[in-house]
Design a protein around this ligand. Structure first.
Ligand SMILES: [Zn+2]
Length: 198
């Protein structure tokens, strides 16, 4: 059994948000880079693109098996980032990864955020966000064009020459089709249209 060292778990708060968003680093591995590079970036992504999550305290862990992860434990607002692999990624893609994980956080806590979310993003919160990775990417792209990174993309890849604004609009339209017209294969619809945006 591993020795549990409590001194490793003293939280590092990153209180650099006017809106009161906190990120508490809960990893004993790669604490420095998580606290000084990624925690402020998580705060920035929350306050810029996820106003409905502003003011939350988010626990940040390290993961080494994916670029990012959302996980549920006793505390609902957790995410994990890969401090090794993300170092090789451009900032805009790191922002996408953080946003993708925050979208998972909303998928799993929809009931908590639905009324506040509807004030900011009526279309995204009109219906429960479906589970799944592709849905998570789609809802991330529908949130803001900055979260669309041409030539990259986790589960739904974005063509290299795509215009982020156009992809963003397409994602919104796919969600509208799902919400208002009962289109069940809205993700397939989006992926097919995506091939035509270049
Ligand atoms: Zn995911």
């Amino acid at each position: 059994m591993m020795e549990l060292r409590l001194d490793n778990w003293v939280p590092v708060n990153v209180p650099n948000s006017k809106k009161g968003t906190y990120v508490v680093v809960r990893s004993k591995m790669h604490r420095g880079i998580l606290a000084f590079k990624y925690a402020p970036l998580v705060v920035e992504v929350v306050d810029t693109y996820f106003p409905e999550l502003s003011g939350l305290t988010i626990y940040l862990y390290a993961t080494y098996s994916a670029l990012g992860r959302y996980h549920v434990n006793a505390y609902p607002y957790n995410l994990a980032l890969n401090p090794v692999d993300l170092k090789r990624e451009p900032n805009e893609y790191v922002v996408h990864v953080i946003a993708h994980e925050l979208t998972h956080l909303i998928q799993y806590n929809y009931d908590i955020f639905v009324s506040l979310g509807q004030e900011y993003f009526p279309l995204l919160y009109a219906k429960r966000i479906p589970k799944g990775e592709e849905a998570c990417d789609l809802y991330t792209y529908a949130r803001h064009p900055d979260l669309v990174v041409p030539g990259r993309g986790g589960y739904i890849g974005i063509p290299e020459n795509a215009d982020p604004e156009e992809v963003h609009e397409l994602a919104l339209e796919a969600i509208r089709l799902r919400n208002e017209e009962g289109v069940r294969n809205y993700i397939k619809w989006f992926k097919e249209r995506l091939k035509e945006v270049v």
